[in-house]
Design a protein around this ligand. Structure first.
Ligand code: NAD
Length: 346
């Protein structure tokens, strides 16, 4: 297995392989860049088919965190940890403690948090071995689930994109299609309804979507129809890769702003949207509310109002991206990457 010539290797500062015989730990921590601060990124526990798959995942995800934190105005770099294991079967306190010791050995260059396969309770176990953990609720103020913060950021991002593309601040009567009404999508739908938007919802889980549609007086489309709905805005809030090239050629919305990670299936998808005059809101800028909240949880005097105020900074970042995109005639996705690189490289 090659590292320095690996397709997903992007000048990562450090890649650490950790093992522990007693607990069965097999882990990789990747620190992509720490120019802006210690590398923050979640711990994923997943039964990867191969070590190669685990390495690709941790290299890609840690790089993504550098870009996300840089554009979220956080003094943090990008990192990520993966454990090769089935979280339902193999996740034991011993395994988590062994990972905690591995994190601790990096002396604060990497800070871990929740990701798929891990929970707040797991972070408490890891915290028995290291102080370099976030995502743990503090007694003084309600927090823990980052989804409402993510939804707040996506709402601000969507409103900003509508102002740039459709020239209006008022969302009343705006037609919005939401793909995926889980934790973030449902909260976004409620915020949009309050602002007067007309909603079309879709989810592969009919229970999620039917109850919400009744609550918000929204229409329900099938998961196949939603991406091409006749609407002003499309909000992808399900899984990544929804915007493949064929979908980008056909979709009818003028604005795209949602919570899902890696919405563009390929870089070409972003170029197609740009050519068609569809304003794409870079996903990692729009959905940074969650990481912003996790970063604030490390502060002693956590205050919800401070977190919300920081999340509102997403609007100024997007103003800069959209204006540069127009000026330089490049897609917003391309501009966002360059802007992040200017911040963490220069
Ligand atoms: P979730 O699992 O609660 O919700 C996702 C919803 O999408 C589910 O209801 C699921 O049934 C539905 N879905 C899956 N495939 C679908 C499809 N093809 N068509 C329609 N619906 C489909 O997840 P979430 O926490 O709401 O996160 C949503 C997205 O936002 C994910 O991509 C996640 O990675 C990203 N994200 C979430 C956060 C956060 O704070 N939760 C932060 C950053 C990014």
């Amino acid at each position: 297995m090659n590292i320095f010539t690996h397709a997903d290797f992007d000048h990562h500062e450090q890649v650490v392989f950790g093992s522990d015989e007693a607990s069965g730990l097999k882990a990789i921590i990747a620190i992509h860049n720490t120019r802006l601060g210690p590398a923050l990124g979640g711990l994923r526990i997943y039964p990867y088919a191969s070590e190669e798959d685990a390495l690709s995942d941790v290299l890609r995800l840690s790089r993504g965190m550098t870009y996300k934190s840089a554009l979220a105005n956080l003094s943090l770099g990008g990192g990520k940890a993966v454990i090769i294991a089935d979280p339902r079967r193999d996740k034991t306190p011993e395994l988590l403690r062994a990972l905690g010791r591995l994190v601790d050995s990096l002396g604060g260059r990497y800070i871990t948090a929740e990701d798929s396969g891990t929970s707040e309770a797991d972070m408490r176990v890891i915290a028995e071995e290291t102080a370099w953990v976030s995502g743990i609720r503090q007694a003084t103020e309600e927090s823990g689930d980052p989804s409402p913060f993510t939804a707040h950021g996506v709402f601000i991002a969507l409103r900003c994109a509508v102002r740039h593309r459709l020239g209006r601040d008022d969302l009343s009567g705006l037609r919005v299609a939401i793909q995926g009404v889980g934790h973030v999508g449902a909260e976004l739908a409620r915020r949009l309804k309050e602002a007067g938007a007309e909603l079309v919802l879709a989810d592969v889980n009919p229970e999620n979507v039917d109850a919400l549609a009744r609550e918000l007086d929204a229409r329900v489309f099938s998961p196949d129809e939603i991406l091409e709905a006749e609407v002003d805005v499309l909000a992808p809030c399900a899984l990544g890769g929804a915007l493949n090239e064929a979908v980008c050629e056909r979709l009818k919305a003028k604005v795209i702003a949602g919570a899902a990670n890696n919405q563009l299936a390929t870089p070409e998808s972003g170029e197609i949207l740009h050519r068609r005059g569809i304003l794409y809101t870079p996903d990692y800028v729009a959905n940074a509310g969650g990481v912003i909240e996790i970063a604030f949880q490390r502060q002693k005097d956590y205050r919800r109002a401070d977190v919300l105020a920081h999340i509102e900074g997403i609007e100024a970042t997007l103003d800069e991206i959209f204006l540069r995109s127009q000026r330089e005639e490049r897609s917003p996705a391309w501009i966002a990457d360059r802007l992040a690189e200017e911040r963490f490289r220069d």
